[in-house]
Design a protein around this ligand. Sequence first.
Ligand SMILES: O=C(O)CCC(=O)C(=O)O
Ligand SMILES: [Fe+2]
Length: 425
Amino acid sequence: MGGAQDVGNERLLIVSHFPYNTRGTSEPIPDTPLPTDNSMSSVALTENQGNASISVVDFAPFLDGSNKQGVADEILSSFKRVGFVYLLNHGLPQDRIAKMFAVSKEFFAQPTEVKELAPHPPSGTHHRGYSAPGREKIVQPTFIGEGVNRPTVPDVKEHFECGREDNTAKPNIWLPDGILPGFKETCLEFFWLCHEVEMNVLRSLAVGFGLAEDYFTQYHGKADNQLRLLHYPRYQGVFLFLGDTFYLRLPNSVPAEAMRNERIGRITAHSDYASLTLLLQDDVGGLEIEDPNVAGLFRPAPPIPGALIVNVADFMMRWSNDTIRSTIHRVRAPQACETPDGMIPERYSIPYVRPNPPWIIFTPTSSHLPAVLQRSKSPLHALSPAFDRETVLDCIPGTWDQENPKKYEPISAGEYTRKRLAAAY
Ligand SMILES: O=C(O)CCC(=O)C(=O)O
Ligand SMILES: [Fe+2]
């Protein structure tokens, strides 16, 4: 982590070159006056979006200790409003991010037979290794006994997951030695860099809630995270629907028109499962967030150079007595981002999440050939919890009082998971 001065310079650079507005187009946004002192900066990203606006917060004054409370308040306020925040100067070195994206591209550029040398196991609970397009289907449980919202459009994405190397319950699945040297080392180094950032954001959240800085980190010590390398390919596919099964011919581009008409998605609308997600995206765009006040209205969360997105997940929302939001998001065709041939460019993103969201189902297929994809009909698999299974968690202190009583009983992650699964049947 560089000194405050370096960090400040970087912030100036980033903000003054901000190329996107909230519509995801390349029109410049109006200049935002920058603070000249060390005070916290929060730039309202959006115009006319009221409560749906995501704050852009300079994290440096939290990290260097010059204004912890100010930064924490801004983050908490964005989480309360919309469940997402953009962080600048978050502590993940830009050269490491660039390297991780480069290595991810190199991985996905390998022929399928090579990527399948690190195959995701048939079980969805062991979320490691390579998943070809169509293997992971994301469904969104309603959690109120109404079952699961199955996606109406197929996700067109491939991905690779890894976790901490010493997780014997879920060993990592790497390519054989000698193939893509350095891939494993880059992933693992990045995994731990992300972990440090996650811990710092959790510390800021605790400060925002007026609690001891280690209030959340004490439950997150195990680093049971997943680093997800995601690639949304450029397809020129023929999509053929036969009942509940669809077939996809590879490769090339997604026809923009098909995505607009909701025949193809990149990642189905969902909320994340556990506590916080860190998300890095390339400059293609397409991430959309549901307006917290208007169900079904999705607004772009465009890439901001240098910024890390952090979003609240479901368990954290419940833990906070619903004071902060776990917001539904999805990835679709980016606006104003079509290639001249009417196709959607490929996109890379890197989420860092807490493990095994229950809405992710893997269907073992007889062959992993990406040319034949089947929509899942199997039940949800068992999960591994984000926290110690037996730890009973009550609503975060300060999120309830006589006027705003607790909405939830204390619950352990295990119980929460079981209830959530039960609701899915
Ligand atoms: O690719 C993205 O930008 C979003 C990914 C995401 O929401 C997820 O993996 O949960
Ligand atoms: Fe997500």
